[in-house]
Design a binder for this molecule. Structure first.
Ligand code: DGL
Length: 275
């Protein structure tokens, strides 16, 4: 029987933080991961560019047999998801599904805060799109949200500098800036999949009363519910406990990152999208 894995897409390594939680919550499914490391970061690229890169990836996942693709990348979710869902999917195959991470996160983020003040840390693309402000307002109109773009953080992660002095000073500057914007913040959302990889450095600069929320568990719970609500789609996704990893970048580097997460032999391969 042809494999029909769940596709998980990110601009680079960050989506592995989401995949790890998907595998914990729904281990029986097959997963196919693609990191567009060769073209990362996405956060400072135009809407047009992120849309075209993401559409390339979605077509690639469909060619591999996926019925369902998760855009684990917030920037791609902010800049490409709606166009792909509304304009491209009906032309490619209306039966297939592409889901993002911003809406499921916005649906629950207000529940983490007692003060009703939430800070969102994301790429410039995600922050400028205002997507979190718009979506959180729909579910938690009483919650006050402030945002901070942390443009260097993805590059620090992609270049293996998570514990460097540069990472430390950049993290310190952005955390103190967002907390100055609104001192009542008690919940900080890591609205970029790469940021949990900086958690050791981030934790050093977080006051005790502030919780830091990564998206992985939220997205995993949301996918579980989604598959329960769409049994016809769930039935089409194959369940052999397999994971495959592809990168558009360097396989050795990718394997080193992915094995930190999955602690198993990784079968990463490289693929060329239409670069
Ligand atoms: N990891 C992606 C996100 O969640 C984007 C990182 C980037 O390529 O800038 O936004």
């Amino acid at each position: 029987m042809k494999q029909k894995p769940i596709g998980v897409f990110d601009s680079g390594y960050g989506g592995l933080t989401i995949l790890r939680e998907l595998v914990k919550t729904l281990p029986e499914y097959d997963y196919l991961y693609l990191g567009d490391n060769a073209r990362a970061p996405y956060g400072n690229k135009s809407f047009e560019t992120v849309y075209h890169y993401t559409l390339d990836a979605v077509r690639w996942f469909f060619d591999q047999g996926c019925e369902l693709v998760i855009l684990a990348c917030n920037t791609a979710s902010a800049k490409a998801l709606r166009s792909i869902q509304q304009n491209d999917l009906p032309l490619i195959d209306a039966g297939k599904r592409v889901l993002g991470v911003i809406r499921p996160t916005s649906e629950v983020i207000g529940n983490f805060s007692s003060s009703g003040h939430v800070g969102v840390l994301g790429t410039s693309g995600t922050v400028n799109s205002q997507s979190y402000l718009i979506e959180i307002e729909k579910f938690f109109p009483q919650v006050k949200v402030v945002q901070e773009a942390c443009p260097e953080w993805v590059t620090l992660v992609e270049s293996n500098q998570c514990d460097s002095p540069e990472a430390n000073s950049s993290v310190q500057a952005h955390i103190s800036h967002i907390l100055q914007q609104d001192p009542s913040i008690d919940t900080l959302l890591l609205a970029c999949t790469h940021y949990p990889l900086l958690i050791h450095t981030i934790s050093k600069h977080i006051p005790a009363h502030v919780s830091v929320i990564a998206q992985g568990e939220i997205i995993a719970k949301s996918l579980k519910t989604y598959l329960e609500r769409h049994p016809e789609l769930a039935l089409q996704c194959t369940r052999n406990n397999q994971r495959k990893f592809y990168t558009t970048g360097d396989i050795t580097d990718f394997n080193a990152h992915a094995s930190q997460f999955f602690g198993e032999v990784i079968c990463a391969d490289s693929t060329r999208l239409s670069l």
